[in-house]
Design a protein around this ligand. Structure first.
Ligand code: B12
Ligand code: SF4
Length: 509
């Protein structure tokens, strides 16, 4: 019989949880009595409860994050009702700050704050030995990374074959960007590099090829970065894929040289830019050399095969729509493959809240605690940018409209994409579940919005994009014509547009 169950609800099946595996790896003599179960936030709470109860645990520990707190709350509330004798322990970043503020706290026995690799073991030991602590809140003791057992052998072969394998060569971040939870870390601590690489080799020998590094800043200590890259270069094959988070203003020549050696499809960089607005950067304590960052982004695109995913945040204190638009345009000019436009979130514990009064920051009280308005951006504008972000994902980040989209927006990306956003929303009233074919069909009519573009050329490029999708059937110009025919507004001019579109298609055909 298993005494302890470690559980979490991942954002999706594909994400294997590293934190729980650390806890499991460090459970010493309790490990044989422990089982690890991962669910997803899509699974019904009642089914999770049933699954948990089948193992008849004495203790259940849940990993709680921003993406699962509400779903975990539902599970915990039902579990405690049906089996009050089970000791429930919570841990993870979402319960490590303002820990008792959420009603979930009323249904659990303990909440462990911080990195609990070892303190979870200690707490379980105390509970099982009838020395259970009186206080609900347990602070994890500071850890020495070299005392930890590695978790990687607990990725199963099924995990290696089907899921993202998260790994960490260091913990913590030396920077202090106020919107981020890692701003609370004192600095970054490395794991022993030889041991870590030995672990990576074990994973590699077992078949792992997709490694996602959770290190906050992979290019902090360049010698370590180079050794890790060398390790993987020696093992390069056509399946290897590495994901790293990097800071953009720190790419010394020897790192640049190394990066050139990686072939297409093997390297992905997530690069936080957040904003190029220096006043905002100063306000939120983000140190970033903007000129260097831009030059490096361009360099990476021109000289390496790395896939570049760059992040921006809208809604930061002091940022206006116009200043954000400048950052967006400047980033667009660096040609990252993807721009992720995130909306500021109030992460529990993050220092950003010190600006709440001065900048009238209003956050959604429910997860994901996104900002709803502030002193320079009203709610309606925030909604417009939310839609922009969603459509940007569908049209630009998806790579589906790679040839046609630039023709529409290139000379003024933010403003023109905002126009496109409003036009699309007006027609669909939707930002989700618009199927791809419909998107293509909608865009056939976009010359209404941008009369100055060469619509013949645009439709030709759209057709080429469409062919790459492998969607069945040709792009149905006639569908557009019918739709326009039956539209209530300005029938005559729409009809002539439909005719024009059909005519243009003939030229391409
Ligand atoms: C992988 C990851 C994801 C994955 C999800 C993975 C999954 N399992 O489903 C994806 C990419 C989907 C993701 C998305 C987001 N993420 Co994320 N993500 C991470 C990341 C990079 C790694 C997590 C990890 O493995 N860490 C390493 C392990 C060792 O640490 P750990 O998980 O925290 O576990 C330790 C402790 O928390 C504790 N612990 C954990 N579980 C348990 C259980 C018990 C019982 C106990 C006692 C203790 C305990 O002990 C563990 C060992 O020390 C972290 C950053 C980081 N480096 O931690 C951010 C992080 C978790 N994400 C964060 C955020 C904000 C987001 C987003 C909102 C970002 C966005 N897009 O705006 C989204 C939300 C997605 C959604 N659907 O809502 C924040 C978390 C905020 C929070 N309160 O949860 C983090 C910390 C980043 C940051 N510095 O701000 N993310
Ligand atoms: S945003 Fe990146 S650099 Fe800034 S504190 Fe967070 S992890 Fe560190």
């Amino acid at each position: 019989m298993k005494k302890i169950l470690l559980a979490t609800l991942n954002a999706k099946y594909i994400h294997a949880n590293l934190g729980l595996r650390y806890l499991y790896a460090n459970l010493e003599d309790l490990q044989p009595h422990t089982q690890l179960k991962e669910f997803t936030i899509k699974t019904r709470a009642i089914d999770i409860v049933e699954n948990i109860l089948e193992t008849k645990p004495a203790i259940v520990g849940f990993g709680v994050y921003i993406w699962n707190i509400e779903e975990t709350f539902a599970v915990v509330a039902q579990l405690k009702t049906v089996a009050p004798e089970i000791k429930i322990i919570l841990g993870g970043p979402e319960v490590s700050y303002e820990s008792q503020a959420h009603p979930i706290a009323n249904h659990v026995d303990y909440i462990v704050i911080g990195a609990a690799d070892k303190s979870f073991y200690q707490l379980c030991k105390d509970i099982l030995n009838s020395r259970a602590p009186v206080n609900q809140i347990i602070n994890s003791k500071p850890l020495k990374l070299n005392e930890l057992k590695y978790p990687y052998e607990y990725y199963t072969n099924e995990d290696l074959a089907n899921r993202l394998i998260y790994v960490e060569a260091s913990r913590g971040c030396p920077f202090k960007c106020e919107f981020c939870l890692s701003a609370l870390d004192k600095t970054s601590y490395p794991f022993d590099l030889d041991e870590f690489l030995q672990q990576m080799d074990n994973l590699y020998q077992r078949g792992a090829r997709h490694f996602k590094f959770v290190d906050r800043t992979f290019n902090l200590k360049i010698n370590t970065t180079l050794q890790i890259l060398d390790f993987f270069l020696e093992r390069l094959d056509d399946k290897l894929f590495l994901h790293f988070e990097v800071i953009p203003d720190h790419l010394p020549e020897k790192l640049k040289d190394k990066l050139k050696a990686f072939p297409l499809g093997s390297l992905q960089f997530e690069i936080g830019i957040q904003t190029f607005n220096q006043q905002v950067q100063t306000l939120i304590s983000r140190k970033q050399n903007n000129d260097k960052s831009k030059a490096n982004l361009v360099w990476l695109r021109e000289n390496t095969n790395a896939h570049i995913h760059a992040d921006l945040i809208f809604g930061l204190p002091g940022e206006k729509l116009e200043t954000f638009a400048n950052s967006f345009d400047e980033l667009y000019a660096c040609h990252p493959h993807e721009i992720q436009l995130g909306i500021l979130k109030r992460l529990k514990g993050s220092p950003i809240i010190r600006h709440t009064d001065d900048y009238n920051l209003k956050f959604n009280p429910l997860p994901p605690y996104n900002i709803l308005s502030n002193s320079s951006v009203d709610f309606i504008t925030m909604q417009r940018v939310n839609r922009f972000a969603r459509y940007w994902d569908m049209l630009a980040n998806s790579g589906r409209f790679k040839l046609s989209l630039p023709l529409l927006i290139e000379d003024n990306p933010f403003d023109r994409f905002m126009m496109l956003t409003e036009w699309l929303f007006q027609q669909t009233q939707q930002t989700h579940q618009i199927n791809l074919k419909r998107l293509f069909e909608l865009l056939l009519n976009v010359s209404d919005l941008f009369p100055e573009i060469d619509s013949l050329k645009f439709i030709e490029l759209l057709q080429q994009d469409y062919e790459k999708t492998k969607l069945k059937g040709r792009l149905q110009i006639s569908t557009v014509a019918n739709k326009l025919d039956s539209s209530n507004s300005d029938q005559a001019s729409n009809k002539s547009h439909a005719n024009r579109a059909t005519r243009q298609m003939r030229h391409i055909g």
